[in-house]
Design a protein around this ligand. Structure first.
Ligand code: DX5
Ligand code: ZN
Length: 223
């Protein structure tokens, strides 16, 4: 049976209590901590860089899933790996030499991920799918938490699942943006492996219970 991964997105945490928020994730059933790095150029928002990721790594007992929403990510891969990234995901739209960048991530020792914006078809990954550990399908336009899930992501998950299975790739399918208890089950049924959840976890009355509920969903079909 395939068991999915739940990755709370720290972007939605209360940064005045970052230590406590990360401790909540440590004590929860979450598998990873999703960390959004934004540069104000690739996306219209700025978050934090490797120094803050390093501090999060000191506090977190869950692997860091680092989502780089930055231009020229190849310049910073080793630095984020040193800061403690377990997964490093770059954007297809920010990488003219994607194959080289994927291999640079793998050589750093991190799991290699590629994220696709909502308008980018999954077919662009056909020639690199075997080299990937993770594909992140953006189900909102990247840059902000708390946005509405874009429904067109559903058929993209199915297409990607088919590509991964026929090519015998080990890539995990991650869904990022607008994920919560209302759509987790359909996402898993469509073939998702990793659910990123920002506001649905951190703004919940009981974040830990929400993480457990996201973990408890089962896809209808066992693979
Ligand atoms: C958006 C980020 C997401 C964000 C998701 O650019 O990549 O990881 O934190 O937040 P929610 O779950 O609130 O949509
Ligand atoms: Zn993200």
């Amino acid at each position: 049976m395939r068991k999915h991964i739940v990755a709370p997105s720290v972007l939605a945490a209360d940064f005045t209590r970052l230590g406590e928020e990360i401790e909540m994730v440590n004590q929860s059933e979450a598998d990873w901590l999703h960390v959004d790095v934004m540069d104000g150029r690739f996306v219209p928002n700025i978050t934090f860089g490797m120094f803050v990721v390093e501090a999060m790594h000191k506090l977190a007992r869950k692997p860091l899933d680092v989502h780089l929403m930055i231009l020229e990510p190849e310049k910073y891969i080793e630095a984020f790996r040193k800061a403690g990234a377990h997964v490093i995901t770059v954007h297809y739209e920010a990488c003219p030499h994607l194959h080289r960048t994927i291999h640079q991530i793998r050589e750093s020792g991190a799991m290699a991920g590629v994220a696709l914006n909502p308008h980018t078809p999954v077919a662009v990954l056909e020639d690199v799918i075997e080299d990937l550990d993770l594909v992140c399908l953006m189900s909102v336009n990247p840059g902000f938490g708390g946005q509405k899930f874009i429904y067109q992501t559903m058929p993209k998950i199915q297409k990607l699942r088919e590509m991964i299975d026929t090519r015998n790739s080990k890539a995990l399918i991650e869904i990022d943006g607008g994920v919560g208890l209302q759509n987790a089950e359909s996402l898993l049924q469509a073939g998702a492996d990793v659910l990123v959840a920002g506001n649905s976890v951190f703004a919940a009355a009981d974040p830990r219970a929400t993480i457990s509920a996201l973990k408890a969903f089962q896809p209808v079909f066992d693979f």
